[in-house]
Write a protein that binds this ligand. Sequence first.
Ligand code: DX5
Ligand code: ZN
Length: 214
Amino acid sequence: MIKIAPSILSADFANLERDIRRISTADYVHVDVMDGMFVPNITIGAPVVQSIRKVTDMFLDVHLMIVEPVRYVEQFCDAGADLVTVHVESDSAENIHAAIDKIHAKGKKAGIVLKPKTPAEAALPFLEKVELILVMTVEPGFGGQKFMADMMPKVAAIRKWIDEKNPACELEVDGGVAPDTCRTCIEAGANVLVAGSSVYKAPDITARIAELRG
Ligand code: DX5
Ligand code: ZN
């Protein structure tokens, strides 16, 4: 089954509870955390995750775009994240392993994220110990960018490795996912689709979520 993870980056932050209710037919709530260092934009932190946790039982997929995420992963777990993903480019391999271990020690799911220029092989050292791998289909930092179709071979390569080595692992794509790009992601092997602007700008959000399932 294909899962849809609307990104609240495209929601109205002054009406976050309302905008989370609007996506109740989706599977995950995707929360983009940016620090203005790892990416050139600043969004929200753990206190906001904590507030979201109080108003929804939905699965919270927290995408950390911050430097040295090992410093903060426990805070996000305590705030109520169900899954925390960290970029492989954001620290040494040793510290990425440590971040994953800390997330697991909190009883939460852990994932890794690859920026567009990062090769598929960068996922291999972590592939057997994570519950999700996220392949960025835009440069992280902003919503509303154009989908990078040239990431599909990377998705397909990682799908093959997941099926061989860790079949329970989920494969997520993030950036520019819309009705005209969702099928190519599914065909390449993604099973979780993040979508920000294409969900929140839709005239009928529930219908759009259904449409994105392919
Ligand atoms: C980008 C974020 C995405 C973003 C996707 O750095 O990780 O989650 O919100 O937005 P759209 O779907 O509009 O490309
Ligand atoms: Zn994201």
